[in-house]
Write a protein that binds this ligand. Structure first.
Ligand SMILES: Cc1cc2nc3c(=O)[nH]c(=O)nc-3n(C[C@H](O)[C@H](O)[C@H](O)COP(=O)(O)O)c2cc1C
Length: 280
């Protein structure tokens, strides 16, 4: 079985999830969604994984764009991993519906519970609790990998009914405003003009003015800029100066910089495509 794992990530939880499942399955290639080229996007693999963070109880724009560009091939096995911080809600149902509208069948979809990167609501929580979530996620990935390898068909995982109804409404309501939610970002005087924020933004939404970031209002709210700023100089609203930053402990800034750029067929691209690092 050959598997292509298409992933999107802001702070590395989804990249780590993709690496971990690649390790379990073997013969799997990691491909950032941003790099997926071709119209439509073709794959030689017989199994396709779609791995992404849940944003505002639904699919991030980049995942929608990716699915809408995917070649229609009904002979493949499609599965998804929705990486979240405790409220997957109806995200996988949304994905299943979107895929169905394109003639694709999502055979399985799993909820992967990881630390939160949604800093406007607070930090990621105590380290022992974060590590417990990561270890539990690893156990779950180990368990579901055999279902994926067996190409099992099963209902996608979802939240309780009230959450699916209420939060799907919030998602629909807020989705059009996401690109301009970057109006709440600002930079404090710790900024040393290193320009890392511009390099890691996956949607080219950051420009520099005298070396400092300005946001261009086509944001996808992945929060990579605020979470990866080495000086913690980027803020969002009033409260983030006192909140701890988060990224997955086994994902590096270099990993994120590499995948945030469209490939140039360079050594770095090869490195990440071969990326089957252990998640130990
Ligand atoms: C804009 C935004 C919205 C989010 N909304 C949700 C949500 O609705 N439910 C949830 O459980 N987690 C939510 N999260 C948390 C992320 O899904 C979670 O931390 C995920 O593991 C981050 O993955 P990444 O590191 O690959 O970006 C949100 C995060 C962001 C940045």
């Amino acid at each position: 079985m050959k598997t292509d794992l298409f992933f999107y990530t802001g702070t590395g939880n989804s990249l780590w999830t993709a690496r971990t499942v690649a390790n379990e399955l073997g013969n799997a290639e990691l491909i950032p969604m941003l790099w997926a080229t071709g119209n439509p996007i073709q794959s030689q693999a017989d199994t396709i994984g779609i791995i992404f963070p849940v944003h505002i109880w639904g699919l991030p724009q980049q995942v929608i764009t990716f699915v809408n560009s995917l070649a229609i091939d009904t002979s493949k096995y499609y599965f998804a991993l929705a990486v979240n911080a405790g409220q997957v809600a109806a995200t996988l149902l949304q994905l299943k519906k979107l895929m169905k509208s394109r003639g694709l069948f999502l055979s399985s979809g799993f909820d992967i519970f990881m630390p939160s990167n949604y800093i406007p609501w607070g930090g990621p929580g105590p380290e022992d609790k974060r590590m417990r979530r990561i270890n539990d996620a690893k156990k779950k990935i180990n368990k579901i990998s055999s279902m994926i390898a067996e190409k099992e068909r099963r209902p996608v995982e979802k939240g309780p009914l009230w959450q699916n109804i209420l939060f799907s409404w919030f998602y629909k309501f807020s989705f059009p405003y996401i690109p301009t939610m970057d109006k709440s970002f600002w930079v404090d005087d710790k900024c040393n003009t290193c320009s890392i924020c511009k390099k890691i933004c996956p949607c080219g939404n950051i420009d520099l003015n005298a070396g400092k970031p300005i946001w261009l209002h086509h944001c996808e709210q992945c929060l990579a800029c605020i979470q990866w700023c080495p000086k913690e100089a980027i803020q969002y609203g009033k409260r983030t100066p006192r909140y701890e930053r988060y990224h997955h402990p086994e994902v590096t800034l270099e990993d994120i910089i590499t995948i945030s750029r469209k490939p140039s067929r360079s050594g770095k691209e090869e490195a990440i495509l071969q990326n089957r690092k252990s998640s130990t």
